[in-house]
Design a binder for this molecule. Structure first.
Ligand SMILES: Nc1ncnc2c1ncn2[C@@H]1O[C@H](COP(=O)(O)OP(=O)(O)OP(=O)(O)O)[C@@H](O)[C@H]1O
Ligand code: NI
Length: 338
């Protein structure tokens, strides 16, 4: 792909001040998303996935969380590229919901319980696209229909609590897409839904993304979801990207012991019932995720890593190029094969 990136994160560092101490939840990450491309961020809980997406949207809790280094170059609908790190809050408000759509795990974080679904979508269209009231409502009904909500006109007149979880998530997707964003950020959008609904929502997001050529940053801890939806994957551990590359390649031939461990602990299709029958457990990665306030010297994964050598405990390995589009932060990547 040669098209210019929609999003280009360089050396991003986001810190939290907790009880007078500074911890880096995101510690120097690089990430590029091009039009029509889905990049998945994966990693165990606390690895910095959500902080990365919140940094892009500049929705970090004021004063506690701050971006303290790097740049986030974003190309909006006007074709201009801006650094979101230094953008003023007013301009940022224009970008959120207009140039960047957002979908979160819990639809109620994006929906307001006291307004009807239709009013909320049309409100966003009126603010960002200057549509009149009637046009806004018509467009909202069209969008609800588009995201597969049956009887869209009647649903538009309902309040969020009158919809099921899956329907509510469809409504937030409609809202996120209302202004035709160039980038969609989805943070665990299907995690709260049951498996059948989850598959439907993923299909929907994929279809809409293809149709509109948006870039998508998809945060999940579910590697099955990554395989389903993403072109490229970035594996995070303790605030850093430890491996990145095309999904098919990384899943087939991981070059970082952490990625390998994640893949081994992943339930595969059909194995769940088999495991139930045999009583077998998934192999989890031994050891615990380190506390960010107390990271070991060198590679943060070394204490849990079967491949670790003394050198790993001395300096943080750089991202080695496995090839042009695949990188691993492991000094022994050449010896690693799943
Ligand atoms: N509001 C906050 N105050 C202090 N520290 C925070 C705050 N939010 C996040 N952190 C720190 O940032 C780290 C990364 O959090 P983040 O939410 O990005 O993890 P995640 O990868 O999204 O995990 P999960 O899979 O559980 O959603 C946390 O482990 C925590 O140390
Ligand atoms: Ni998260």
């Amino acid at each position: 792909m040669t098209s210019e990136p929609i999003l280009e994160i360089s050396n991003l560092r986001t810190v939290f001040r907790v009880r007078g101490r500074e911890i880096a939840a995101v510690n120097g990450i690089d990430l590029v998303i091009r039009p029509g491309e889905t990049v998945a961020l994966v990693g165990e809980s606390g690895s910095g996935k959500s902080v990365t997406s919140l940094s892009v949207m500049r929705l970090l809790a004021r004063r506690i969380g701050v971006i303290d280094n790097g740049s986030i170059r974003f190309r909006g609908k006007d074709g201009k590229t801006k650094d979101l790190v230094t953008l003023g809050e007013e301009e940022m408000r224009q970008i959120r919901g207009n140039d960047i759509g957002m979908v979160f795990q819990e639809p109620m974080t994006s929906l307001n319980p006291v307004y009807t679904i239709g009013d909320q979508i049309s409100e966003s269209l009126r603010v960002h696209r200057r549509l009149g009231r009637r046009e806004g409502v018509e467009a909202a009904v069209g969008l609800l229909d588009k995201v597969g909500i049956p009887d869209a006109r009647r649903r538009a007149g309902q309040y969020p609590h009158e919809l099921s979880g899956g329907m509510r998530q469809r409504a937030t997707i409609a809202m996120a897409l209302a202004c035709d964003p160039t980038l969609l950020i989805a943070d665990e959008p299907t995690t709260a839904l049951d498996v059948t609904i989850q598959a439907q929502i993923l299909d929907l997001m994929q279809a809409l993304q293809r149709e509109r050529g948006m870039g998508m940053l998809f945060v999940t801890h579910n590697l099955g979801v990554v395989a389903e939806i993403a072109n490229r994957v970035a594996v995070m551990y303790a605030g850093r990207i430890v491996e990145t590359g095309p999904v098919a390649e990384v899943f087939k031939a991981p070059r970082h012991p952490y990625t390998m461990g994640l893949l081994k602990s992943m339930p595969r299709l059909g194995t769940a019932s088999e495991m139930k029958r045999t009583g077998a457990k998934l192999p989890a990665i031994p050891g615990m995720v380190p506390s960010l306030a107390d990271l070991p010297a060198g590679c943060a994964f070394a204490p849990r890593c079967a491949f670790a050598r003394d050198a790993c405990r001395q300096a943080m390995p750089a991202l080695s190029p496995v090839n042009d589009h695949h990188g691993s932060r492991c000094i022994r990547w050449q010896e690693i094969s799943a």
